[in-house]
Design a binder for this molecule. Structure first.
Ligand code: NAD
Length: 472
């Protein structure tokens, strides 16, 4: 397997194209490998091939589908080392984070094959009725750049297990690991069952409007999610939308500051703030606000930012220049408004090179309506505010258009759970940073999404329910 050459995969074969594009190594600014840019014809061919394959794949024995997905997971893991290097190159993420992504992808693929599709039956004197779950058809999986591999594989595995055929579209910023993973796995399946198309800005909208794709599973930003839902409505496609968040971390007064502050820093800054479920607003009880803030600041100041290949580092660069510029806006806004930079206003780019590096930064007590509190910077700049009244901090947490996740930190777990139950978000972690788990449904409330992934419900999202009523 050559990890420096990449193709789209259509109808069981590699497909190149005259037009190409490339990603950029965000730690060095260097151009990475050229990859083919899928045309409209490539998409039409992939959809036709998927349709043809669906007729038999959807009827292939469930156990057999699971076996093939397991084989795919094993084949994928056998390339762990080169895949990790490629992932580090395309995203800039530290090795330990790439490790989590690869091992997590594997675990979630294997885990998905352990579900069974439920059959619900009711019976009375007149009839029996049975509800079964049948595959939806052809799925378009549209993926973002922050966890390119795990977010594409966590769509591919349940789609295939459910009996759907899937066409994956990676982000143009990070096409490499997804193209390679599909190259590794596709030949285990009949042609057309698993395909990948990388392309330019036209490809995603074309997939969403394509009349022969039955579902779009999308992970990305809220504005794109809204566009997708609007366009998908024209063909009444099913959509799963996993969108942005502005997750709060609520720190209660009884925590052990020395232990909790580093964990909250990890929750906020892991992957340089480029995780949908990073803590993006931190509320610390006023009785411990000052010591907690300074404990966080001392951890943040020691974090090493750099090229993941110059180990050891804690944080890599921002993944792309567009996002780098966006993150700069939050720094500029905080500076302009005179907010306190607890960790100091540190130079973003390191002296040595062209990477998109940003030093992790804490902003002390900016107002509720400041951009850094109210929006998702998706970078390593995190505001911390004090709180005193439980009802008030719950209200502040819920006062947003997003509802992806949250965390509550307390020794008194009953209190933490009482707070958690009042938060309008899809996932809450008590005394831990967010750790999405393949066994547990993951979904956003409000503008953070429609539907969800993972768990049995995530698998059923690739199915239609079908009820058969038999009269006696
Ligand atoms: P994005 O919305 O810019 O792009 C995501 C994907 O959509 C890319 O593949 C892109 O090419 C494609 N796309 C763009 N416009 C499209 C259109 N009109 N129609 C169809 N496809 C289109 O998002 P991003 O910048 O890649 O990702 C960052 C965002 O993703 C953040 O907001 C983050 O919170 C969110 N995210 C959410 C989750 C989650 O599970 N909820 C996970 C990771 C990231």
């Amino acid at each position: 397997m050559d990890f420096s050459r990449f193709s789209n995969i259509v109808n069981g074969l590699p497909r190149d194209s005259k037009a190409t594009y490339h990603g950029t190594n965000p730690a060095t600014g260097e151009a990475l490998y050229d990859v083919p840019c899928a045309s409209e014809q490539d998409l039409d061919d992939a959809v036709a091939s998927a349709h043809k394959a669906f007729a038999s794949w959807s009827k292939t024995d469930f156990e057999q589908r699971c076996r093939l997905v397991k084989d795919f997971a094993q084949a994928f893991l056998s390339y762990e080392a080169p895949m990790k290097d490629l992932l580090m190159k395309e995203t800039g993420k530290p090795r330990y984070m790439a490790d989590i992504e690869i091992r997590g992808s594997y675990a979630s693929m294997i885990g998905t094959t352990t579900w069974t599709l439920p059959v619900e039956t009711i019976e009375d004197d007149t009839k029996s009725a049975t509800v079964r779950y049948v595959p939806l058809g052809v799925v378009g999986a549209i993926c973002p750049w922050n966890f390119p591999l795990s977010l594409s594989l966590s769509k591919i595995a349940p789609a295939l297990v459910a009996g759907c055929c899937v066409i994956v579209k990676p982000s143009p910023f990070t096409p490499y690991t997804t193209l390679k993973a599909v190259e590794i796995g596709h030949s285990l399946f009949p042609p057309g069952v698993l395909q990948v198309l990388g392309g330019d800005d036209k490809l995603g909208p074309r997939m969403v409007s394509h009349p022969d794709i039955q579902k779009i599973s999308f992970t990305g930003s809220i504005p794109t999610g809204k566009k997708i839902m609007e366009v998908a409505a024209r063909t009444l496609k099913r959509v799963t939308l996993e969108l942005g968040g502005n997750d709060a971390a609520i720190v209660c007064p009884d925590v052990d500051i020395e232990k909790t502050a580093p964990a909250v820093v990890q929750a906020a800054f892991a992957n340089s703030g480029q995780i949908c479920v990073n803590s993006k607003r931190i509320y610390v009880h006023e009785s411990i606000y000052k010591p907690f803030l300074s404990a966080m600041a001392s951890v943040v100041k020691k974090m090493k930012v750099g090229d993941p290949f110059d180990e050891p580092i804690d944080l890599g660069p921002i993944q792309n220049s567009m996002q780098f510029d966006k993150v700069q806006e939050y720094f500029a806004d905080c500076e302009e408004k005179g907010y306190e930079f607890v960790t100091g206003r540190r130079e973003c780019r390191p002296a040595k090179g062209k990477g998109f590096f940003v030093q992790p930064t804490i902003i002390a007590n900016p107002p509720n309506n400041s951009r850094v509190m109210a929006e998702e910077p998706f970078g390593p700049i995190v505001p911390v505010q004090p709180w005193s009244d439980e009802a008030d901090v719950i209200e502040r947490t819920n006062d947003t258009n997003t509802g992806l996740g949250a965390s509550v930190w307390a020794k008194d777990v009953e209190r933490a759970e009482r707070i958690a139950r009042q938060l309008d978000v899809g996932s809450i972690y008590i005394n831990s940073p967010s750790r999405p788990d393949w066994r547990v449904y993951f979904s956003g409330h409000k503008e953070s999404g429609i539907g969800g992934e993972r768990g049995l419900q995530g698998l059923l999202a690739y199915c239609n329910a079908q009820a058969v009523h038999i009269y006696k």
